[in-house]
Design a protein around this ligand. Structure first.
Ligand code: SAH
Length: 463
């Protein structure tokens, strides 16, 4: 999750995320990719996302929460991520890489140790899912400059990013050369001369003999979720519906009301009397869900399963004889319970405040807790790799050496203010009390079957 800063109080807490994926949705196909416009005379008025969503619901009936989230976050015209930079004090939330360079540096060091653990392949590909402003990648690349042998193996950097605005920010931060359009995305060169490409989906990232090292920091919490409830009549999916508020005009007589026209629909969750296709299939897909008693609620993200599967397949590629022909590693850092199913965790953050996810669709960041066990199950059951963790971020950063790094950085500061800044960033990343980041953020690693236990999960640096 992200962190948000509650401006009206001294409290600095933790915030949340976003979501999307626009594929496989009848709703998206039939409506949302069409340009909604109403024409009156020669003037064309673009409809708001609220009006578009209300139009869809009016036609198809209530929609899944996943479809709603997807549109709020990545609708090509009005999705939350599409046109804005949501990070930092002036944005809606802040993330670990934005708090301190130490975070990206240590993720980079972990990748270096994994490159050693998978026998130092000659060619590597760095892949980041949801790179935000590009800060984490910038800090990793900088750290790699001190590890010349590994650095030389990096043949390409691949960024998986759905937002054109953030893609441009990443390019500006990481590159001096212009960005060019390619068949599948965009390409340029980093300041260090490495080829760098942008894609909107991990599936488009090339697969060849380069060992993939994949980072997903606060990516999974942005993927759409479904909510289900086990009722007396079976599992039901919570759906998004809307109503049009009625207002009384100043001149109206008792009982006379005037409907606001559909530009002001109010969205809310509803539980239908009928089963949906998802409610028939998803809760019965695992005993983790199907065995839950009546009145249980769950959040499930099949889109996250797809991404976890793709990651797992990439870090352990096999030939027809089942021999591993390409080995890499992946690190997933996000917030969510280590061993339980998320329940009622959907959140919206706007200007560092928690708001309703149903207010002004597209204006707030939406996120939900990541179900680490579900990601782990996909990787173990469908690909048979090794999965480590999740462990708490604070512990993981400590094992990677954040204490020593913070001391070095603090000593380099000439002012007390600078030293305090480093100390504060350090505490913010590792602190475990209450709902602090060091505890609620979890780290999980995917490694090829039988490779050494990674650093931060009980293992040592491989020779
Ligand atoms: N990792 C960054 C940003 C986290 S915000 C950090 O920690 O600072 C989430 C990021 O994921 C943003 O860059 C957002 O644009 C991207 N994103 C969210 N859903 C995505 C999707 N389905 N496909 C590609 N990128 C996505």
């Amino acid at each position: 999750m992200r962190q948000y800063i509650c401006r009206n109080s001294a409290f600095r807490g933790f915030g949340q995320s976003r979501a999307w994926h626009i594929r496989n949705s009848t709703f998206a196909r039939s409506y949302l990719f069409k340009r909604y416009a109403s024409t009156s005379g020669s003037s064309v008025t673009k409809k708001s996302l609220s009006e578009i969503l209300a139009g869809v619901i009016k036609t198809t009936g209530p929609i899944s929460l996943a479809a709603y989230m997807r549109q709020c976050l990545t609708n090509p015209e009005s999705g939350y991520y599409i046109n804005k930079d949501p990070f930092g004090a002036g944005g809606d939330f802040i993330t670990s890489p934005e708090i301190s360079q130490m975070f990206g540096e240590l993720v980079g060091i972990w990748i270096l140790t994994q490159w050693m653990a998978v026998s130092k392949p000659d060619e590597s590909r760095l892949i980041e899912l949801g790179p935000g402003r590009g800060t984490l990648m910038a800090d990793m690349l900088k750290a790699f400059q001190s590890f010349v042998y590994f650095n030389k193996t990096i043949k390409e950097i691949c960024m998986v990013e759905a937002s054109p605005t953030l893609r441009n920010m990443q390019h500006k931060l990481l590159c001096d050369e212009p960005i060019e359009v390619t068949e599948n995305g965009y390409t340029s060169k980093t300041k260090y001369g490495q080829p760098i490409s942008w894609y909107t989906d991990l599936k488009h990232v090339p697969k060849d003999n380069c060992a993939p090292f994949i980072v997903a920091h606060e990516f999974f919490d942005a993927l759409p979720i479904h909510q289900f409830e086990h009722t007396q009549h079976g599992w039901r999916e919570l759906l998004v519906d809307y109503s049009i508020p009625k207002v009384e005009t100043p001149l109206s007589l008792p009982n006379q009301t005037t409907s606001l026209s559909p530009e002001n629909p109010k969205f809310h969750l509803t539980i239908p009397a009928y089963a949906t296709a998802s409610s028939r299939v998803v809760p019965s897909s695992s005993e983790r869900y199907s065995k839950l008693p009546i009145h249980s609620k769950i959040e499930v993200s099949p889109e996250s399963w797809d991404v976890a599967l793709e990651i797992a397949k990439r870090i352990q590629e096999k030939d027809e004889l089942g021999r591993i022909i390409n080995a890499g590693s992946a690190i997933i850092i996000d917030y969510g319970p280590a061993d339980t199913i998320p329940v009622d965790t959907l959140r919206a953050i706007k200007s560092h405040h928690i708001v309703s996810p149903f207010e002004e669709p597209g204006s707030a960041d939406l996120s939900a807790d990541v179900d680490f066990v579900a990601l782990k199950d996909v990787a173990l059951d469908q690909v048979g790799i090794d999965v480590h963790g999740p462990v708490e971020q604070g512990d993981w950063l400590h094992t990677l050496g954040i204490g020593a790094r913070a001391t070095v950085l603090a000593n380099r500061q000439s002012s007390q203010e600078g030293k305090d800044r480093v100390a504060k960033a350090y505490s913010r990343l590792v602190e475990r009390s209450g709902g602090a980041m060091g505890k609620i953020y979890k780290v999980m690693a995917f490694t090829p079957k039988g490779s050494p236990v990674p650093v931060g999960f009980g293992g040592e640096v491989a020779e």
